[in-house]
Design a protein around this ligand. Sequence first.
Ligand code: AMP
Ligand code: GLY
Length: 416
Amino acid sequence: MKTVLVIGSGGREHAIVDALSRSPRVGKIYCAPGNAGIAAQAECVPIKDTDVSGLVEFASSHSVDLTVVGPEASLAAGVTDAFRASGLKIFGHSKAATRIESSKEFAKVLMEKYSIPTAAYRSFTDYDEALAYVSSRPLPAVLKYDGLAAGKGVVIAETLAEAQAALKDMLVGCSYGQGKVVVEDYLQGPEFSFMCFVDGSRVYPMPLAQDHKRAFDGDKGPNTGGMGAYTSLPFITSEDREFALSNILQRTADAMVAEGCPLSGVLYGGLMKTDGGVKVIEFNARFGDPETEVVLPLFEGDIYSLFEAVAGGVPAEQPLWSSDVTLGVVLASKGYPASYGKGFPIELPAEGKIYHMGTALSEGKCVTAGGRVLMCVARASSLKEALSEAYALVREVRCENLFYRNDIAHIALEQQ
Ligand code: AMP
Ligand code: GLY
């Protein structure tokens, strides 16, 4: 039986641990650092997800057969390169390949070179030049900080004054570190997430999902890490999906091989269906969160074997997916994505799929420990059923400091 280490501490990692626990080949699962929910299915070890040498040392000394990386921060810290250098098997891209997510400019240059459809752009380090360019283009302006900024590096400026303030912050104030900004054209249309397992030029697609980035109902309020997700998107036709698979995901995998930094892990396409066709909004080099919590429950087969094949660079069996629909609602701490309190006790129902996103154990009790705290997920043969089951589960959670959106999947349901 195999021993696996999962790196990360959120709902995405809980869903990965849950999928691995269904594999007949897996005997022992460790999670570093994990959370209170993961602790019920894996042994949590207190090593930070960016403590590369600590993770290598743990995997070597605990006979770990395979490590699966959740967060981009671990990949960008070079965890994969360090594991491989020590002869350890790991599912996740090299630091060089992770630039597809960690550098907006790298991704834009690649897309331009290989004709991968995306918004037109220019990049700047100089504030005056950036402002002159923005002033010459129609509003709104999309300003993207070039680097990992925990989902907070994108500003959609409706007015020139807003653009000016954001550019000042990114290029003069440098609130996130190094100063470089990608300015791109504003696109419109429904967004969706298309994740694939990728090993060099081998691409294994997962079911499509849609995230809900804004904090409040009706897509109002600030951008968050994602407040809910579901699979089965009626507004994306099979032609759209085929187009995205061959002209975006496959082409990107091939481009990364040609550039000498092949992908080995998950490629996440954050896509938009515009009037001019499907285009890339962003790439991520990892499983999406909360998309993974609705996608992996549909996986049919042995996920360990799939991770192992991708990590080892050998062909995998084509993954099979259930035709059921899943829907998940995120419960977040009041105040999120701005400041929020922690340590509120949580009481959970005995039954139902609830992934922990930001929880901890305090004196043996489960308490809130993050912005996004829990995700209640239901699976059914129709979206309507999945929706009512997921919200029934949400109403069974007892915690005084949580809020959630009431309209997950509204775009899909309005079309039915
Ligand atoms: P990103 O971090 O690149 O995914 O951007 C966060 C969010 O900003 C996206 O999910 C979109 O809703 C929005 N966004 C990013 N780029 C564009 C664009 N070119 N046009 C319109 N909206 C965008
Ligand atoms: N759900 C968006 C992300 O994982 O980046």
